[in-house]
Design a protein around this ligand. Structure first.
Ligand code: NCD
Length: 291
């Protein structure tokens, strides 16, 4: 039984094959690959795009979707998450997609179920489907030529599971991450180049990925207001100039904090393309994992 807990669950050849299917699904839309199958989504943390993206992906493949409303489930009656999942598993779904605030939780469920578990984000740990859709968007933008490309990952890198997954995945395809962040948002290791401001590396990067400041994950208050942070880290026309750089963001974007209104209108921003690709990548992942 194959699961998707981190991007290392898929070999590079498997990812190439996954992207072939992703291209097919970007053209094909609705089909019957998974008709008669049942997918359960279990989101213990807020989500707009990831949950709807998975649900649309499953439905486009012809599968049925059951979304457990965690607020009204037995969790509020004191049942442990392991018992909730064991009960859902007993109803014989074909996949369980889970988002939870606890790092490692989706991985700890794999030996308790008879179907694939797909990690839709666990705390600050990993968000493998987001990293795969980010990589796919980059691969398509550069026509497959990703070797030697550099990506600036800007902002709250330390608490971002999107960054955590991307810095593991992208180097496997020849892309070097450069971290752009204030000291308190940097990694506390030096596996990657880390700088304080985007202007230091703007002339050497091919891609900029802006991140949301994850206030809900901070135990300290770093800024009196996000406007303080934005003064140094908001992606603006001024910092981009007319350079040919791809601009990405996993969403949700804080306008004029992460990225300026002007750059959100700019053709170099491919954020909505990421969202479109997200459905197709998740269709390819569901097709791959559900037997
Ligand atoms: C991210 C998440 O929830 O990890 N969003 C997403 O899934 N597209 C990033 C965020 O919340 O800032």
């Amino acid at each position: 039984m194959k699961h998707l807990i981190t991007t290392s669950d898929f070999g590079s050849d498997e990812i190439e094959a996954l992207f072939e299917d992703t291209r097919m699904f970007n053209d094909l839309q609705s089909n019957t690959y998974l008709s008669g199958k049942l997918v359960v989504t279990l989101f213990f943390e807020n989500s707009t795009r990831t949950r709807s993206s998975f649900e649309i992906a499953a439905k486009r493949l012809g599968a049925e979707v059951v979304s457990l409303d965690v607020g009204t489930s037995s969790r509020s009656k004191g049942e442990t998450i392991f018992d909730t999942v064991a009960n859902l598993n007993a109803m014989k779904p074909d996949a369980i997609i889970i988002r939870h605030s606890e790092c490692g939780l989706p991985g700890s469920l794999t030996d308790k179920v008879d179907c694939p578990i797909i990690n839709a984000g666990d705390g600050t740990n990993a968000h493998p489907t987001q990293a795969l859709l980010d990589l796919f968007t980059i691969v398509e933008h550069f026509d497959g030529d990703t070797q030697g490309k550099k990506i600036a990952i800007v902002g709250d890198v330390k608490t971002s599971r999107v960054a955590a997954s991307n810095v593991k995945l992208l180097p496997r395809f020849g892309i070097e991450p450069i971290i752009v962040a204030p000291e308190h948002f940097k990694f506390n290791h030096n596996d990657f180049k880390q700088v304080n401001s985007l202007s230091e590396v703007i002339d050497e990067v091919d891609v900029v990925m802006s991140l949301r400041t994850q206030l809900e994950r901070h135990s300290e208050v770093y800024y009196a207001s996000l406007q303080e942070y934005a003064k140094d880290y908001c992606i603006t026309q001024e910092v981009f100039g007319d350079r040919d750089i791809l601009l990405l963001h996993p969403g949700p974007v804080n306008r004029n904090v992460d990225i300026s209104d002007e750059m959100l209108e700019d053709k170099r921003n491919k954020i909505l393309e990421q969202v479109t690709n997200g459905v197709a990548v998740r269709m390819a992942i569901l097709k791959k994992l559900i037997k």
